[in-house]
Write a protein of this length. Structure first.
Ligand code: ADP
Length: 375
């Protein structure tokens, strides 16, 4: 049987090259293209005849293009090349000038005579990257949609939170008017005090609106250094009205000795809102009169744990494996996305979200965030 040389133009070799889905490019020790299979022609948009003999760097964008020859020379002298035998992601450039991502592996072709040759096998990753980007965008839209759904459900509480300072402002304004009209000896200090309180309450209302605007915000995750206890306290304000209405007790035990964490404030709020809302729903669904929700922040080893525990009906053992699945819901009007979104948010922060069933009954969801993220 005759031995086939890669550059010999043997037909079996050509057939094999052209059958490959990946681009296969063979170059000599000066970088000149010797072979350019059918997939390579399709991916780069050049016919084989056009590229043959030209330097392979024409297929790379800058700065790789200018560096390639020196890199090849260095390898031929030293024999050290990080790229040989490994797969890595690089950029290619098509005949149209479009730069695209590709996965490349390079091998050295051993030859008995003549100089060395190298074979590059590469796969166009543009489609895969575009799909990944699309999935990422859809995930972000879903997270945002979940926030809007929850905000919709909390409308009464939000209206109450804004209404409180507005009512106070109206009362102070009335008192001020009364003082000016009726009281002959109203001092400038009295008027000053009333104006100050009106200002305070206006700022309080403006803060609520500000917080809500952040919650409806779309866009990418923006992590910054935040006080976790403060994030939780602010979030719980949204529930004041619903808690009063339903007679459910909420106890918050802030974490001690906790320094700032590097998190996306809105997304952490979103987890809290989802968990507290679920506890309220669970307690309300069974019409319990002694409903209680406890939120405790604790440092546990290298993590900070936020446990949201309620004394509601709990999750039946048979349903627990599906708890974090998308679209798992037992509520008549539920969507079943809350917990799966929260779990993803926790993971995106390098943490986790888990469920345990307390011995005394009810549910306990624990969000864990790594302390390494402290800013
Ligand atoms: P949804 O609230 O739309 O149902 P979730 O993903 O937030 O979606 O919750 C999924 C399901 O998990 C709920 O329908 C409920 O059956 C269960 N669940 C979540 N939290 C609790 C809780 N605190 N107590 C009891 N069951 C809960």
């Amino acid at each position: 049987m005759s031995k086939e040389q890669p550059t010999g133009g043997a037909s079996t070799f050509d057939v094999l090259m052209d059958a490959a889905v990946d681009a296969i490019i063979l170059i000599d020790d000066r970088g000149a293209i010797l072979r350019f299979n059918r997939a390579a022609q399709k991916i780069f948009g050049y016919p084989a005849d056009f590229v043959r003999g030209k330097n392979v760097s024409m297929l790379m964008p800058e700065p790789d293009r200018s560096k390639h020859n020196a890199y090849l020379e260095r390898y031929l002298k030293s024999g050290n090349a990080e790229i040989i035998g490994r797969e890595r992601e690089v950029s290619g450039v098509r005949s149209t000038g479009l730069v695209f991502p590709m996965r490349l592996s390079v091998g050295e072709v051993g030859r008995e005579h003549g100089g060395k040759q190298f074979v590059g096998i590469l796969r166009d990753l543009s489609e895969q990257k575009a799909i990944e980007e699309q999935v990422h965008q859809l995930e972000e839209q879903l997270v945002h949609a979940d926030r809007l759904v929850i905000l919709g459900e909390l409308t009464a509480g939000i209206a109450h939170e804004i209404n409180q300072p507005l009512t106070a402002i109206a009362a102070y304004a009335d008192a001020g008017r009364h003082l000016v009209e009726r009281s002959v000896d109203a001092s400038p200090e009295d008027i000053h005090g009333i104006c100050e309180r009106i200002g305070e309450q206006s700022r309080r209302a403006a803060e609520v609106v500000q917080r809500l605007r952040k919650l409806v915000r779309t866009g990418t995750v923006s992590k910054a250094s935040h006080d976790l206890n403060k994030i939780i306290r602010n979030t719980l304000l949204l529930f004041e009205y619903e808690l009063n209405k339903s007679g459910i007790d909420l106890v918050f035990m802030a974490g001690e000795g906790l320094r700032n964490l590097y998190v996306d404030e809105i997304q952490i709020q979103q987890i809290l809102v989802n968990l507290v809302k679920n506890s309220l729903d669970a307690i309300n669904a069974v019409g319990q009169s002694d409903g209680r929700i406890e939120i405790q922040v604790k440092i546990v080893g290298k993590e900070v744990a936020v446990a949201v525990q309620d004394n509601g009906p709990g999750v039946p053992a048979i349903l627990r494996p599906q708890l974090f699945d998308s679209f798992f819901t037992t509520k008549p009007k539920g969507v079943g996305l809350g917990l799966s979104i929260c779990k993803n948010i926790a993971a995106a922060h390098g943490g986790s979200l888990g469920y345990t069933s307390p011995a005394e009954g009810g549910s306990c969801f624990t969000l864990r965030l790594p302390l390494e993220h402290i800013g």
